[in-house]
Design a binder for this molecule. Structure first.
Ligand SMILES: [Zn+2]
Ligand SMILES: [Zn+2]
Length: 390
């Protein structure tokens, strides 16, 4: 029997179990940081298959399963799936509709978790065909951007040579893969600015330092970073998302509070943004006689896909599904993914997996569906085996 026939047979054998597993997760979604039952179900399925794993990584619901190849020592590849759901009320009428009011798998992480479990089962069945080690990361709290960093701090990336993830993508038909070398998703950092002015009567502005006027100058001045300071061919987003000040029409406020986000695809530009922003904030606040407090809180780095890992995924994808089902992603997105924390420690790739769902991610009718599972499991299993010399 050829290894491809064996691979397809193994996937076919576990697929009904994995489809049922996804339905169960979809019906019982859990919010970021509260994935207790999801993690317990993953752990039980791994135990039933005799796959060694650690639970409660870093005090959260993360699980790392480890499968050693039967052909001796070698490289290590990590595969990641996220487990958390979102605070959205599901509007799909499906037998596995969410039974947890106000919570649903609107980003398809039910599919990612089921896909990774299926991959674990198949790799475990085929472990005599490769050398080295596969680590499987069942990650909590992706949507709140704390799961990956916690798992990395707990040491999950020690000894890992490459790391791979799939994310369901509604723009493509089920079974279609979207690949991109280099920047794929942006960094996401947040900031908070408080402008301390001097309040007073709105009829006597000359006796005050008006934080609303200063904030208004800053909202426009900060955009000059993107339009006049950084190269127009470097994508950067500086968003002032919230601006709060004042209590009544005849009072000039004591302070104004502005909140926002910064997105980039370039690590050096990302690192330079706090200094660039504060220079403008300081200059404008000083010129208008105000003081300020500025807090810049780092979130996630950009997701930069490694060319050799993408080349391997492309080779495997084209071989298994045909060249027409492997497409080039024309552009990155300014969305963020905490998968980038793993990429700080090893080269890797985020691959888009078509779901064909007519609804957008993070909306009440999104559904990962059953159709992408077979493709996802085949791709992850074969990419891992190929990386490990099978
Ligand atoms: Zn999401
Ligand atoms: Zn997601």
């Amino acid at each position: 029997m050829s290894t491809h026939t064996e691979l397809h047979n193994q996937v076919a054998a576990i697929l009904p179990q994995i489809v049922a597993f996804r339905h169960d997760l979809h019906a019982h979604p859990e919010l970021s940081g509260s994935e207790d039952n999801t993690a317990r179900k993953v752990s039980e399925a791994l135990t039933a298959a005799g796959i060694a794993h650690e639970t409660k990584l870093g005090g959260m619901n993360g699980i790392v399963a480890t499968i050693h190849g039967g052909k001796g020592t070698g490289k290590t590849i990590a595969l990641r799936g996220d487990m958390d759901a979102l605070p959205i009320t599901e509007e799909n009428e499906v037998p596995y509709k969410s039974q947890n009011p106000g919570v649903m798998h609107a980003c398809g992480h039910d599919g990612h978790t089921a896909n990774l479990l299926g991959t674990a089962l198949v790799l475990n069945a085929l472990k005599d065909t490769f050398a080295g080690t596969v680590k499987l990361f069942f990650q909590p709290a992706e949507e709140t951007v704390s799961g990956a960093e916690t798992m990395v701090k707990a040491g999950c990336m020690n000894g890992v040579d490459a790391v791979l993830m799939l994310h369901g993508w509604p723009d493509f038909a089920p079974g279609v893969l979207g690949l991109r070398v280099g920047p794929a998703m942006a960094s996401s950092d947040s900031w908070k600015l408080t402008i301390h002015g001097k309040g007073g009567h709105a009829a006597y502005p000359h006796k005050t330092v008006d934080p609303v006027l200063i904030g208004a100058q800053l909202v426009t001045a900060l955009q000059s970073l993107v339009s006049r300071e950084l190269s127009p061919v470097e994508p950067v987003v500086v968003t002032v998302a919230s601006f709060h000040a004042g209590t009544a029409r005849n009072i000039i406020a004591e302070k104004a509070e502005l909140l926002g986000t910064v997105r980039t695809l370039n690590k050096a530009i990302r690192d330079s943004m706090p200094e660039r922003m504060e220079r403008i904030i300081k200059g404008i606040c000083e010129s208008f006689r105000a003081t300020y407090t500025f807090e810049f809180t780092p979130g996630t780095p950009p997701v930069i896909n490694d060319s050799s890992v993408i080349a391997l995924v492309r080779e495997v994808g084209e071989e298994l599904f045909g060249t027409s089902n492997v497409v080039e992603l024309s552009e990155p997105t300014m969305g963020a993914e905490d998968f980038s924390f793993y990429l700080e420690h090893a080269p890797g790739a985020m691959v888009r997996l078509g779901t064909g769902c007519p609804y957008l991610l993070h909306t009440p009718k999104y559904d990962f569906g059953d159709a992408p599972l077979e493709t996802g499991i085949l791709l992850m299993t074969e990419t891992a085996r190929r990386f490990l010399g099978a």
